[in-house]
Design a protein around this ligand. Structure first.
Ligand SMILES: Cc1cc2nc3c(=O)[nH]c(=O)nc-3n(C[C@H](O)[C@H](O)[C@H](O)COP(=O)(O)OP(=O)(O)OC[C@H]3O[C@@H](n4cnc5c(N)ncnc54)[C@H](O)[C@@H]3O)c2cc1C
Length: 429
């Protein structure tokens, strides 16, 4: 039987950060990871299909750079981060490319949309869609703005999303990108300091009744003074880890009130390097006509590569999940509609779609809060058993960084600090 001071379940951003903090304070730790790799939802791959170019399948942007701990870690090691989102944006509507006047009208609609959202009373909390009022149906750009701001960025649709949580997690500030991809940056910055990570070793049961917490895995039982659980709420809701005794009702309710949204990436590659006359990275999107119409936005030729990345979220993403052929067909249909049949002809057969919905170790992209569940994140973050069982990760952030890598890192550190603080009074051994 192995014993460690602190057992950390999940080697994503929160788990790696928690382990690094605890080890820096002299604690023995072990990180259990169910999959074959560390990093969790920050995953940089080098798919053959892209000829070796890297792809961030999950997180890509270092949001809120001014508060983002991964930016601090990168800057301390002189990693040359660059600012994201400087690309020209091309909008298409009604079978044509938008004019400068259309862009101006879109921006005005966006400002009016956000003004309604922020001005709406937050008590009682309500679905984001309701706060938009008649504007939602009257403005021709409102369906696109809603698809973009809710379904894509928040990964869930405005009718099911808490207004309060939406406003809190607006990710203001600068967005940065890493030269090696965000997933790789996370590993470069945190795996050395996180100590032992046991891959392919899922936690299946946590017995948190006694003075020592017992965690069952297919490779045996591990005992720990304290356990930090950083798996996604999707994994918790699916019951992949049994808890003995059962979790308290408020914790269980918080898990139910923080469902996983879905953001998917659909990647196509230009077979002969034809970039349709675009000289650098370009953002393209086609406006939707009706609320709930499938929406996708693209970044073409990122980092001077030959591929385009489509982003779709919410119901559009759930509808395409597990069906790559339908995803590629949808992406190509939108390109045809935007730029004509040449745009379709340039792409190689196939493509890449991310699989966060069906990946059993995540079961979604990141959490959103149900309307009315404004305390769910704080409730989930509350330590149990005097700090011997703590949930941590993106879902637990209440500082406006929920759903991000930066937020997850801060939350891993929060969990570590609780354990280190509570140890002043308690001997866990
Ligand atoms: C498509 C997509 C795009 C995104 N874009 C951005 C972005 O641009 N910027 C940004 O900041 N964030 C982005 N995010 C969100 C960000 O990736 C997450 O918020 C963050 O990575 C979550 O970290 P975490 O440590 O909380 O959880 P995770 O990264 O999910 O870590 C949990 C770990 O637990 C493991 N695990 C699961 N079950 C078990 C078990 N039973 N036992 C042991 N281990 C287990 C998992 O395999 C995983 O490695 C994006 C996410 C997705 C999916």
């Amino acid at each position: 039987m192995t014993f460690v001071d602190v057992l950390i379940i999940g080697a994503g951003s929160a788990g790696l950060a928690a382990a690094a903090s605890l080890r820096a304070a002299g604690k023995t730790t072990l990180v259990l990871e169910a999959s074959a790799r560390a990093g969790g939802r920050a995953r940089t791959s080098r798919p053959d299909f892209l000829g070796g170019a890297w792809l961030d399948e999950g997180a890509a942007w270092l949001h809120m750079a001014e508060q983002n701990p991964l930016v601090d870690l990168a800057q301390a090691r002189d990693v040359p981060l660059r600012e994201a989102f400087g690309n020209p944006s091309r909008m298409f509507l009604g079978g044509r490319e938008g004019s400068p006047a259309d862009h101006a009208a879109y921006e005005a609609a966006e400002s009016a949309w956000f003004a309604r959202v922020f001005a709406h009373p937050k008590t009682p909390d309500l679905p984001l869609a309701e706060a938009i009022g008649p504007f939602r149906h009257e403005n021709p750009f409102a369906p696109t703005i809603e698809a973009w701001e809710a379904s894509l960025i928040e990964a869930s649709d405005a009718k099911v999303l808490s207004l309060t949580d939406f406003c809190l997690n607006q990710l203001d500030g600068t967005n940065m990108m890493a030269p090696q991809g965000l997933g790789q940056l996370l590993l470069d910055m945190l795996t050395d300091s996180a100590g032992e990570i046991r891959l392919n070793c899922p936690a299946t049961r946590i017995d948190w009744d006694g003075p020592r917490t017992r965690v069952e895995t297919p490779q045996g039982v591990i005992e720990a003074g304290a356990v930090i659980v950083t798996v996604s709420v999707g994994v918790l809701a699916a019951g992949q880890i049994a808890f003995t005794p059962a979790l308290p009702a408020p914790t269980a309710q918080a898990i139910a009130d923080l469902p996983m949204g879905l953001l998917s990436k659909i990647v196509l590659r230009a077979a002969a390097g034809d970039r349709l006359g675009m000289t650098g990275p370009t953002q393209l999107f086609r406006c939707v006509e009706k609320l709930g119409d499938p929406f996708i936005s693209f970044i073409a030729w990122p980092r001077d590569t030959d591929h385009v990345i489509g982003f779709c979220g919410g119901q559009t993403a759930w509808d395409l999940a597990g069906d790559p052929r339908a995803a590629f067909a949808f992406a190509r249909e939108v390109w045809r509609d935007m730029l004509g049949s040449d745009a379709d002809r340039i792409f190689a057969e196939g493509g890449i779609t991310t699989d966060w919905a069906t990946d059993p170790h995540h079961l979604g992209a990141y959490t959103y809060s149900r309307p009315g569940a404004t305390t769910a994140r704080a409730t989930l973050a509350e330590p149990l058993a005097g700090g011997r069982l703590i949930f941590a990760g993106e879902a637990c952030r209440t500082d406006g960084m929920a759903g991000t890598v930066g937020g997850a890192i801060l939350d891993g550190r929060r969990a570590a600090a609780i354990i280190l603080g509570s140890e002043r009074n308690t001997d866990h051994r």
